[in-house]
Design a protein around this ligand. Structure first.
Ligand SMILES: NC(=O)c1ccc[n+]([C@@H]2O[C@H](COP(=O)([O-])OP(=O)(O)OC[C@H]3O[C@@H](n4cnc5c(N)ncnc54)[C@H](OP(=O)(O)O)[C@@H]3O)[C@@H](O)[C@H]2O)c1
Length: 355
């Protein structure tokens, strides 16, 4: 391990966007540690990716209690690298964590209870060696906990100083509105929503029960939006154009189910790849530019990507060189991209629409 001194020109390399109606800015591309930062990946590669990200101006690193394998390992590994490389720059980083999905088999390792959220954040801080996280999320709606209990817990977490801001993930439009109103009344506004969103998974654009989409609801409520899995876990790259490579997420028996790479979806990916080539971009770059495109008030704040190598990250960041689309390009994408049936978080959203 060599001594780390970050690139001095890092803040000139990437645009920063204001998060909703807050004073906080996030880089247009943020790095998530869901995969590639567990105990199954060499620490040296993890360090290389994190250093490259930070040198490129990526100030935001997104974690959760259960990222691994094993659950907790990503926070532990990040904490070790943070201590060795990034500690002097803590004030220049936005680090997030979450609780809500399964952390352990106990009755207190899943859901939205005060008990789970409070204890989980303490454990996350301990693993990462941090005094506070910048953003703490409720990771998914939980039908078994009153919304008020979860929101009071988030409010008290901010009051305790253990998180500077709080957000929600995978909440549908109606529940988002209720959560926003609740937290406004408490004087502790939610900062941000973290939904899945990509060319082949557009649920955030669809109207909810009262005709308002999640993107509209977030904009109305003053929330920023950080879109996760904008590359559809790797499907919207050139990785699967000719089969499933051995070193891919789809081959690893993880969250990308190989049967999603069926003939129909692969044919669609090839057509999207052609549209990207005509724009002078790789498919991954076009997928990121598309998520970050200008949608007026509903423009996404940051695209939250994963990367298993520095090369992927480097090439993905180049998406930022061209975020403009012609009407013809957008129409071609709309006519080509269909829902790929990959929203594995949709059931959590559907499980609860109201508080
Ligand atoms: N809130 C939630 O419930 C939730 C859920 C999921 C994710 N997230 C957050 O979102 C982050 C990103 O999720 P994600 O990893 O699914 O995002 P993604 O950016 O859609 O997929 C990343 C994967 O795509 C492949 N890839 C990336 N760039 C590539 C390139 N240029 N060429 C070829 N392949 C490329 C890599 O897969 P290989 O490993 O196969 O190389 C990489 O691991 C997570 O780390 C997490 O922070 C949040």
């Amino acid at each position: 391990m060599t001594f780390y001194a970050p690139a001095e020109d890092r803040y000139e390399k990437i645009p920063y966007r204001t998060v909703g109606r807050s004073g906080l800015k996030l880089p247009a591309i943020s790095l998530g540690l869901w995969h590639n930062f567990g105990d199954d990946k060499p620490l040296a590669t993890q360090r290389e990716i994190l250093r490259y990200a930070y040198d490129s101006g990526i100030t935001h690193f997104d974690l959760a209690n259960n990222y691994g394998p094993e659950p907790g390992a990503a926070e532990k590994n990040f904490g070790r690298i943070f201590k060795e490389d990034f500690k002097p720059f803590r004030d220049e980083m936005i680090i997030s964590s979450k609780a809500g999905w399964v952390m352990n088999d106990s009755p207190y390792g899943f859901g939205g209870s005060r008990k789970y959220l409070m204890s989980s954040l303490d454990a996350s801080l301990e693993r990462m060696g941090l005094d506070y996280v910048d953003i703490f999320y409720h990771h998914r709606p939980d039908a078994d906990t009153p919304l008020a209990e979860t929101m009071y817990a988030l409010r008290d977490i901010v009051a305790s100083g253990k998180a500077l801001y709080v957000g929600i993930s995978s909440y549908g439009p109606e529940l988002t509105r209720e959560a926003v109103e609740f937290m406004e009344d408490e004087g502790c506004p939610l900062l941000i929503h973290q939904p899945s969103y990509s060319m082949v998974n557009r649920w955030v654009e669809e109207p909810g029960e009262d005709d308002t989409s999640l993107l509209e609801e977030a904009a109305d409520g003053g929330l920023g939006v950080i879109a996760f899995s904008p590359l559809a876990q790797g499907m919207l790259t050139d990785k699967y154009l000719n089969g499933i490579p051995e070193d891919s997420r789809a081959a690893a028996g993880k969250s990308l189910q190989p049967d999603w790479l069926n003939e129909e979806n692969v044919a669609m990916i090839r057509r999207l790849n052609d549209i990207a080539s005509a724009r002078g971009q790789s498919l991954a770059q076009m997928a990121l530019s598309w998520v970050l495109r200008d949608q007026g008030d509903e423009t996404v704040t940051s695209a939250l990507i994963g990367a298993s190598s520095v090369d992927q990250l480097q090439s993905n960041i180049e998406a930022l060189d061209n975020l403009d689309f012609t009407d013809e390009e957008l129409t071609a994408i709309d006519e080509t991209a269909h829902d790929a049936g990959i929203n594995i978080w949709g059931k959590a959203t559907e499980a609860r629409r109201h508080g």
